[in-house]
Ligand binder design. Structure first.
Ligand code: HEC
Length: 141
């Protein structure tokens, strides 16, 4: 292999994955939660943005961005599952389902030893995760 060919091969190998990640298809994307009431470090037991109309509207908007850049590739655009992962609109809005949602998102999912969903702990803050939950709940079934 000539040096030139080696350089080209190197560029293809390393440039391609970076280009994909830059479009948000793989790496988790941070979510700007400006506009939402800050929640601090202690995890809430239920969705704090569900009942206040103003906070709810902001959460849907922010959650839509967070969902599309972090969850849609598996759970489907507009939260309509294509069958690859569960349809998240089917989760109800009870306290138990809120707790289940949060624990899944923080821990991800390992099925038969395979990582089916990545953990988002340390990547998405509490505000971002509740906003995503609010967005999903706002989508028609
Ligand atoms: C790489 C694909 C992938 C990504 C990205 C992903 N998930 Fe998942 N998720 C899955 C799969 C697969 C399951 C089912 C796991 C199982 O069978 O237990 C799942 C399960 C869940 C569940 C439990 C659903 C239920 O009905 O029990 C929730 C909640 C969830 N995901 C939320 C999210 C959210 C919110 C995001 C984005 C922040 C996200 N997931 C990103 C693949 C993914």
């Amino acid at each position: 292999m000539t040096l030139r060919a080696a350089v080209v091969a190197f560029a293809i190998l390393f440039a391609a994955p970076t280009a994909v990640l830059a479009h948000g298809d793989g790496a988790p994307q941070p979510v700007d939660t400006t506009g939402l009431e800050p929640l601090g470090d202690e995890w809430r037991g239920t969705n704090p943005y569900r009942d206040d109309a103003k906070q709810k509207a902001a959460a849907i908007e922010i959650g839509s961005r967070g969902y599309n850049s972090n969850c849609a590739r598996c759970h489907g655009l507009e939260a309509k599952s294509g069958g690859m992962a569960p349809d998240l609109r089917e989760l109800g809005e009870s306290e138990t389902e809120d707790a289940w949602f949060i624990s899944r998102v923080l821990q991800g999912a390992v099925v038969s030893g395979r990582q089916k969903m990545p953990p988002f702990e340390g990547l998405l803050n509490q505000e971002a995760i509740w906003a995503i939950r609010t967005y999903i709940d706002s989508q028609p079934d």
